[in-house]
Design a protein around this ligand. Structure first.
Ligand code: 13P
Length: 254
């Protein structure tokens, strides 16, 4: 049985002061939650202060990006050991906004996953098609290419520690959610790909989140699908009421 994982991707929102306010509220509503894995991913500047608030709770901490080298002359970058040193446990890798605006490719995503795993950070690896690709009937081909490139060269043991996130780009921040049927069919495709590349036991263990306009009202129908194991939440993770409600709506599932 895969444990549901709900992660809030705060993107470039919340100063450290605002982040502490939000996470204090989340600690009140979700701090004891053990049935669902709950993770918050604030901007780098708020990680330390958020960690201070949640250190005695069940809420996990994630970053939104890393660089693959451990240290060096790479102005503006942050490494895996720098994150683990302050208690970060997860890192989002290959988000479509990073692919779109910051030139990330499957090759750089692959290096970042490698660096994360080396330092025992759990990577949340994002894949997803843009609208034109979906309309051209290329969704599965795009996802397969991203999986092949991003996950190239890893062993089964390594893949077990990866969380995947299917985020159709056309559903991010648009209010347009994939229907449960659309989402489930891609999640099933990803799980079948994992079976083909590794084996059924590994494919059964890997958690695959859905992301794209997840809100309290659509949580149950999405995460109720057999191959959807949680959500990567953007906008709705910025308010404690909506994020807490998304998590609570998972309790009756699976
Ligand atoms: P929204 O939930 O705002 O659509 O964002 C989804 C996302 O990109 C999470 O990583």
């Amino acid at each position: 049985m895969r444990k549901i994982i709900i992660a809030g991707n705060w993107k470039m929102y919340k100063t450290s002061f605002e982040a502490v306010e939000l996470v204090n509220e989340l600690k009140r509503t979700l701090g004891d939650m053990s049935e669902v894995d709950v993770v918050v991913c604030p901007p780098f500047t708020a990680l330390v202060e958020v960690k201070d608030v949640i250190s005695e709770s069940n809420i996990g901490l994630g970053a939104q990006n890393i660089y693959w080298e451990e240290f060096g002359a790479f102005t503006g970058e942050v490494s895996a050991p720098m994150l683990t040193a302050i208690g970060v446990q997860y890192v989002i890798i290959g988000h479509s906004e990073r692919r779109q605006f910051f030139g990330e490719t499957d090759a750089t995503v692959n290096k970042k996953i490698k660096a994360a795993l080396k330092h025992a950070l759990i990577p949340i690896v994002c894949v997803g098609e843009v609208l034109a690709e979906r309309e051209a009937g290329k969704t599965f081909a795009v996802i397969e290419k991203q999986l092949e490139g991003s996950l190239a060269g890893f062993t089964a043991e390594e893949i077990e520690n990866v969380v995947l996130a299917y985020e159709p780009v056309w559903a991010i921040g648009t209010g347009k959610t994939a229907t449960p049927v659309q989402a489930q069919e891609v999640h099933k495709f990803i799980r079948d790909w994992l079976t083909k590349k590794f084996d059924a036991a590994i494919a059964n263990k890997v958690r695959i989140q859905y992301g794209g306009s997840v809100k309290p009202e659509n949580t149950a129908e999405l995460i109720g699908q057999p191959d959807i194991d949680g959500a990567l939440v953007g906008g709705a993770s910025l308010k404690s009421e909506t994020f807490s409600q998304i998590v609570k709506n998972c309790l009756a599932l699976k």
